[in-house]
Write a protein that binds this ligand. Structure first.
Ligand code: ADP
Length: 248
């Protein structure tokens, strides 16, 4: 069975808006622990694809599975998140008036009541988990800092940390380095690379230098269909890809 180590499986997915096929017979297979970058010009269908995976948009046709036994098309957005799909939108949405630690604490509690989160103290295991994530996102020296006082890059990492508190199997990350300094971009590449293995990570990104620095397999989406897949140098030398990006 070729599907045995595939975590995210999209096949024959199609979605039209007023007769226009934003997603057109799309196939995408992401392995367990894989880091994959998705690139493609504006309007290629990247956002619609992410919306379909997370249940925000229902496709007209096709299959969307998490592992071999979770049919994502039969679940709503909250159920898909609970099944282990975490999505990071482009803009960070941390709680600015809470500390870094409190943001992670809230994220760990998920849907449970805010009152209960801050009334009860964490047990040792939860504390260890929170410290592990703090270290991973490089904010171990800023646990007590208000999130509102973090740099733009640090906020993005905190939000990735908040997603990790939910122990997702699959992380969908939308343009993580928009507005970041070069140093922050390098750190983000390191972070996303370090998350692969334990998680499958799908990154939608416009910045080609960043995509190259991640050095993962790249999929090129064009007119709602996968145009090419391979290493960055492979897809960049593909004449069809060159044609699509000409004039960008
Ligand atoms: P990308 O994220 O790659 O820029 P999108 O998924 O946002 O691409 O859009 C793909 C195409 O689908 C675009 O032509 C866009 O105008 C169209 N589209 C996306 N969402 C809607 C919608 N809700 N209604 C109508 N058209 C849409």
């Amino acid at each position: 069975d070729t599907r045995h180590n595939i975590l995210l499986y999209l096949e024959g997915v199609t979605k039209s808006f007023d007769g226009f096929k934003a997603i057109n017979d799309l196939n995408l297979y992401i392995k367990e622990g894989e880091l994959r970058c998705i690139i493609g010009p504006n309007g290629a269908g990247k956002t619609t694809m992410m919306d379909i995976i997370t249940g925000k948009t229902q496709p007209d046709e096709g299959q969307v599975w998490l592992g071999s036994n979770i049919n994502l098309l039969q679940m709503d957005e909250a159920e898909i998140a609970n099944a282990g799909v975490g999505r990071k939108f482009q803009k960070p949405t941390v709680f600015e008036c809470l500390s870094v630690w409190q943001n992670l604490e809230l994220a760990m509690a998920g849907e449970r009541s805010v009152w209960r989160v801050f009334r009860a103290s964490l047990n040792g295991e939860q504390r260890d988990e929170l410290n592990r994530v703090l270290l991973l996102i490089g904010l171990e020296n800023h646990a007590d800092l208000l999130a509102g006082n973090l740099s733009h890059g640090q906020k993005q990492w905190l939000e990735i940390g908040m997603l990790l508190m939910q122990k997702p199997k699959l992380l969908l990350v939308d343009e993580p380095v928009a507005g970041m300094t070069h140093q922050e971009m390098d750190r983000t590449a390191e972070l996303l690379t370090s998350l692969a293995g334990d998680h499958s990570v799908v990154v939608v990104e416009h910045d080609m230098d960043f995509v190259r620095s991640i050095a993962s397999k790249v999929s090129v989406l064009h007119q709602g269909h996968m145009l090419a897949e391979g290493s960055m140098s492979e897809v960049q030398s593909d004449p069809r890809v060159k044609e699509v990006y000409l004039g960008e």
